[in-house]
Design a binder for this molecule. Structure first.
Ligand code: C2O
Length: 534
């Protein structure tokens, strides 16, 4: 049957402080324990409760998405992540791709703080997985408690599962949550809308359900072409925000700050308001923009975050729908249908605000000191392997798999130029751990077929004369995406220039690593539905 929209109110996720406040008012480090639990979750008034895997300080308080962790810049948060999950997964597993496989049983998990800059041992490597009671552990497992030093800019991060071969399932099941680093001294003077009511997360996820409420995931593949079990991408029919399908929110006629994140596995979102309201973008991922940028549309790849101000006092209408018109896959797939076109509804009070709006949108925000002098250029190629009948079998970066030895060994504190070549038919969200980066321009490839044919043989972009092929239309990255980001969109059949700063936490200061620690960080495409390319 059809589900009625706007029947559930947008929930708040529980908030946990990752610091304590001393009697003298100083902020001190804190140790948190957060568990992963199986429980039932109501995504919609009329969808029976679904089995989910979710994070929480205990089973009762665990939520989809998990609790929002609030950290303070420079104050360390320690988190012990505990796996309380059952022996079997609630979603189908694919044993034929490289996957964390416990011998006794259990659900392998490992937590990655997406956007975090900290020591490798706390990064949540796909090989550092563990099951309930740490009974079984992956080859890179080293500790129960992760240390997040929070030394980077104030900004928006999120934590999510990263277990080898299971990331897509574990995220679909609900193992994700938000994490904010605040810098009170820097942010207070901005006077942005603040507090529980006026500073909110909108965590958008698409899911499909069986009629008994269980989360749908394909257990059959696109045989014989792609894979016996997995589908290349997951597209859900139902749009959820903060764990509710098409929710509503009653708002006052004033400014709100929304931290909007797309946690869908594969669906891009191109957002707009039905009544023409604008987004004033103040930041993206883990940094602010130098100045606010006003835009009527906002394109979010999976894992991408925009921090925006919406002023409901700039409209005369009494409601507005947050809508999506992105094709799936993006940009050349199917047009969003009536279910995916609608995200949520805001009911705008006809009266003047009860709480006086003393917030402002400053003309300038934050400029991070930086010297952009790349020390080297790398060519990174996202590539789809084809069968003789021209069907894709799997994706790779530079022809390699995650299990293969590292090929890029950047120097801590250095800046590099990455020319990222996307030879697939879809846009891909590129994510690097332990780095901040921004895309500048995209150049379309001319004669892409000639280039692909050469790559099929040599797998070497320079030898295949990439600079001779990357001579098509040039597109500049939109102004509101020129922040220090953790995810950038890489358009199909083109080359995108990305400036990458490794381990830089404050201006140009490198993270104080133990030089003997083996830094082992991954970069990958964040379409984690059917496949992860690393
Ligand atoms: Cu958001 Cu390697 O992940």
């Amino acid at each position: 049957g059809t589900l009625e929209m706007f029947v559930d109110e947008l929930p708040h996720m529980p908030k946990i402080n990752g610091y304590t406040v001393g009697v003298d008012g100083t902020n001190n480090p804190k140790h948190l324990t957060i568990g992963m639990y199986q429980k039932k979750w109501k995504f919609h008034r009329d969808i029976p409760a679904s089995n989910v895997f979710v994070y929480g300080t205990c089973r009762d308080s665990a939520t989809f998405p998990g609790p929002t962790i609030e950290a303070i810049k420079g104050v360390t948060t320690y988190i012990t992540w505990l796996n309380h999950l059952p022996l079997t997964h609630i979603l189908p597993w694919d044993p034929t791709v490289p996957t964390a496989t416990p011998t006794i049983g259990g659900v392998p998990t490992v937590v990655h703080l997406h956007g975090g800059v900290h020591e490798p041992a706390s990064d949540g490597s796909a090989f550092a997985w563990f099951t309930n009671q740490f009974r079984e552990r992956g080859s890179a497992w080293s500790r129960r408690t992760y240390t997040y030093t929070n030394v980077q800019h104030a900004g928006n991060l999120w934590y999510h599962d990263h277990a080898l071969g299971l990331t897509r399932e574990n995220l679909l099941a609900g193992l994700l949550g938000m994490y904010v680093i605040r810098d009170p001294a820097l942010e207070a003077p901005l006077n942005l809308p603040s507090g529980e009511e006026f500073d909110r997360h909108l965590v958008i996820a698409d899911r499909s359900f069986y009629s008994d409420g269980s989360i749908f995931m394909n257990s059959t593949g696109n045989v014989p072409y792609i894979h016996p079990q997995w589908q290349p991408e997951y597209f859900g029919e139902v749009m959820t925000v903060n764990g509710k399908a098409w929710p509503f929110l009653a708002v006052q006629r004033r400014r709100y700050r929304f931290r909007i994140i797309n946690v869908s596995n594969a669906r891009y979102l191109n957002l707009n308001f039905s009544n023409g309201l604008n987004f004033t973008v103040i930041g993206s991922d883990t940094s602010y923009l130098p100045a606010p940028i006003v835009t009527p549309t906002l394109l979010l790849s999976p894992a991408e975050i925009f921090d925006v101000i919406v002023d409901f006092n700039t409209t005369t209408t009494n409601e507005t729908i947050l809508q999506n018109d992105a094709h799936y896959p993006y940009p050349n797939g199917t047009a969003a249908g009536p279910l995916h076109q609608t995200i949520m509804k805001f009911s705008i009070s006809p009266n003047q605000p009860i709480t006086p709006d003393n917030s402002t949108i400053p003309t300038t925000l934050i400029n991070y000191p930086t010297s952009l002098s790349p020390t080297l250029t790398r060519y990174i190629t996202m590539y789809e392997y084809l069968t003789p009948s021209n069907q894709s079998t799997h994706l790779s970066i530079n022809g390699l798999r995650l299990e293969d030895p590292a090929t890029e060994i950047p120097v801590t504190g250095s800046t590099e130029l990455w020319e990222v070549i996307n030879l697939t038919g879809d846009d891909h969200p590129l994510h690097l751990h332990l780095a901040m980066f921004q895309a500048t321009t995209t150049v379309a490839l001319v004669d892409p077929d000639v280039f692909v044919a050469c790559m099929n043989v040599s797998n070497d972009a320079v030898a295949c004369n990439i600079t001779g092929h990357a001579t098509g239309n040039v597109t500049n990255v939109p102004e509101h995406e020129k922040a220090w980001k953790n995810v950038v969109k890489i358009a199909p059949m083109s080359m995108t220039t990305v400036i990458v700063k490794f381990n830089l936490v404050e201006g140009d200061k490198p993270y104080p690593f133990d030089a003997t620690a083996k830094p082992d960080y991954v970069y990958h495409c964040h379409i984690n539905a059917g496949t992860e390319i690393h």
